[in-house]
Design a protein around this ligand. Structure first.
Ligand code: HEM
Length: 527
């Protein structure tokens, strides 16, 4: 008989037989079907066409930011208290209520700017995105490893990201573009002081903090609302890398952080973080020198103590990176009862952006994928169809009724079990204005002064190295900002660039900023 079976199976091979997606056995996975051994190939070769055209579609668009990342699973365990008080005083969210109560989680760590296969040693914020699969549906807390962000209004996000992404012509990340934007956007200063410090290159994903960054709200049973910020502290401790450490790692490994996390979980060394929250009564807080809804600010811990509310453990790796990491989708709009948005102007923009990009990146039915499904809640919608519909939600008894209301059958609305929220009343004219109390210099200066000597030295070295690649007028404006934040920082960066306070004394404030009295008196001292 003619041999038509490719390499053929080994004698007594007990393994299962390869098929195509239609369930047809594959007799030859080595040779296309051709007219004679030397071709030409035939077009009706379904098995070959299915294989190659599926391969042609193996990639989906990568995330526009946070493209490189890895996901693991675990649980969140609540403490049931906030200090000495029951947590129910502040939020009715079920997952926090009883001590010891566990909720399944998925956590995706990431870098921000690089593409899917970029180096994990980059100086870059790290993403810290958690999906809590609660009985009330999913809650996503999409945070970063640094406590503040570059900008305070979502309308600037495409610009800040364009400046940080590679140059559209040379395709190289370029400090001259980055600091061009930052020098004109003083609200970035607090983030810059963090990002260029050692914290800007975490040693790996297990040894870094996480922060919700934006301000959210908690709501209790009585409808009272509180402003809340979330912080994750690693039980493993915090470790960072200098540029030199990072270069040494990067020389032989682009994915050291993913490997470190994966290997730790495989060997049973499960990483753990404690969740702490800072709370404020809901309101504008005119007594503070910053706006509690400004994500370029931290809340001073002596006034707003960070109090533990639970812990999170990662104890399981994904089985498939593409299905469970690449296609996973987190968003700030995904909240459960007892948790709410604030009017933070970043948060509202983010909340639109995440699900918008996911409907494009993964597809309109991205919430049907197992990693994204609200797996611990009942899901019953009248949403139907669309690309890649995988299942139809259970409606009522009658499959004809995919609308609401109906006298005949179908789904009904839930009865709202709580009183309305009692948050502050808001009124105002439609406008486009900066928030009051921008105060861009005080906290970056304080952050610098809180650093140990080696951290200050590393920060100055990193800033000078990057700014040396920038135009003189960008350097001067950055030194001007640093001098307004903290004399020592401005003087040291200036010294590294050959720029004195005299050189920048004549620079005018930017049109886009409001200086405080203190800023003006610092400015007066420059010349
Ligand atoms: C991912 C938009 C600010 C943390 C993303 C993605 C978009 C986006 C479009 C890709 C999502 C996907 O493809 O699934 C924005 C906008 C922002 C903003 C418009 C400002 C207005 C922030 C801030 C943080 C943050 C302040 C940190 C608190 C993350 C994280 C991811 C992400 C962790 C990755 C989520 C994942 O692992 O899938 N963001 N973002 N973003 N963003 Fe933002």
């Amino acid at each position: 008989m003619t041999d038509v079976s490719g390499t053929g199976s080994q004698p007594n091979d007990q393994r299962k037989v390869l098929t195509n997606r239609q369930g047809h056995p594959v007799y030859d996975n080595q040779n296309q079907r051709t007219v004679g051994p030397r071709g030409p190939a035939t077009l009706e070769n379904y098995q070959f066409l299915e294989k190659i055209s599926h391969f042609d579609r193996e990639r989906i668009p990568e995330r526009v930011v946070h493209a490189r990342g890895t996901t693991s699973y675990g649980f969140f365990e609540a403490y049931g208290k906030l200090g000495d008080e029951p947590i129910s005083r502040f939020t009715r969210a079920k997952l926090f209520q009883e001590a010891g109560r566990r909720t399944d989680v998925a956590l995706r760590f990431s870098t921000v700017i690089g593409g899917r296969d970029s180096a994990e040693t980059a100086r870059d914020p790290r993403g810290f995105a958690i999906k809590f699969y609660t009985e009330d549906g999913n809650w996503d807390l999409v945070g970063n490893n640094l406590a503040v962000f570059f900008i305070r209004d979502a309308i600037k996000f495409p610009d800040v990201i364009h400046s940080l992404k590679p140059d559209p012509v040379t395709f190289r990340q370029d400090p001259n573009r980055i600091f061009d934007f930052m020098s004109q956007t003083p609200e970035c200063l607090h983030m810059i002081v963090n990002l260029f410090s050692p914290r800007g290159i975490p040693a790996d994903y297990r040894h870094m903090q996480g922060f919700g960054v934006n301000t959210y709200k908690w709501v209790n049973r009585q409808g009272e609302t509180f402003l809340v910020k979330y912080h994750w502290m690693p039980k493993q401790g915090v470790r960072s890398m200098t540029e030199a450490d990072a270069a040494a790692v990067q020389a032989h490994d682009l994915g050291h952080a993913t490997k470190d996390l994966h290997d730790a979980i495989e060997r049973g060394d499960y990483p753990e973080w404690e969740l702490l929250v800072q709370l404020m009564s809901d309101g504008e807080h005119p007594e503070l020198d910053f706006d509690p809804l400004d994500d370029t600010k931290v809340w001073p811990e002596n006034e707003f103590p960070a109090r533990p509310v639970g812990r999170l453990v990662l104890d399981r790796n994904v089985e498939n990176q593409f299905a469970e990491n690449e296609q996973s989708a987190f968003g700030t709009g995904v909240l459960v009862d007892g948790l709410d948005f604030s009017d933070d102007k970043m948060l509202v923009g983010r909340t639109f952006s995440y699900s918008d990009t996911q409907r494009y990146r993964v597809g309109p039915n991205y919430l049907q994928l197992p990693v994204n499904q609200a797996r611990n809640a009942a899901i019953r919608t009248n949403q139907r169809d669309g690309q890649m519909t995988y299942f139809v939600d259970t409606a009522g008894e009658d499959p004809h009724i995919n609308y609401e209301p109906s006298l005949r059958d179908g789904l009904r609305e839930a009865e709202y079990p709580h009183t309305d929220e009692l948050g502050p009343e808001i009124s105002g004219r439609l406008t486009r204005k900066r928030i009051p109390r921008t105060n861009d210099y005080v906290q970056p200066g304080q952050r610098y002064l809180l650093m140990e000597q080696w951290e200050r030295d590393d920060l100055v070295l990193n800033l000078v190295t990057a700014l040396k690649q920038c135009d003189r007028r960008i350097q001067e404006r950055m030194v001007w900002h640093f001098l307004l934040a903290e004399d020592e920082l401005g003087l040291r960066v200036g010294e590294g660039l050959g720029i004195t306070p005299d050189d920048v004394a004549s620079l005018e404030p930017l049109k886009s900023q409001d200086l405080t009295e203190e800023d003006r008196s610092r400015l007066a001292k420059l010349g």
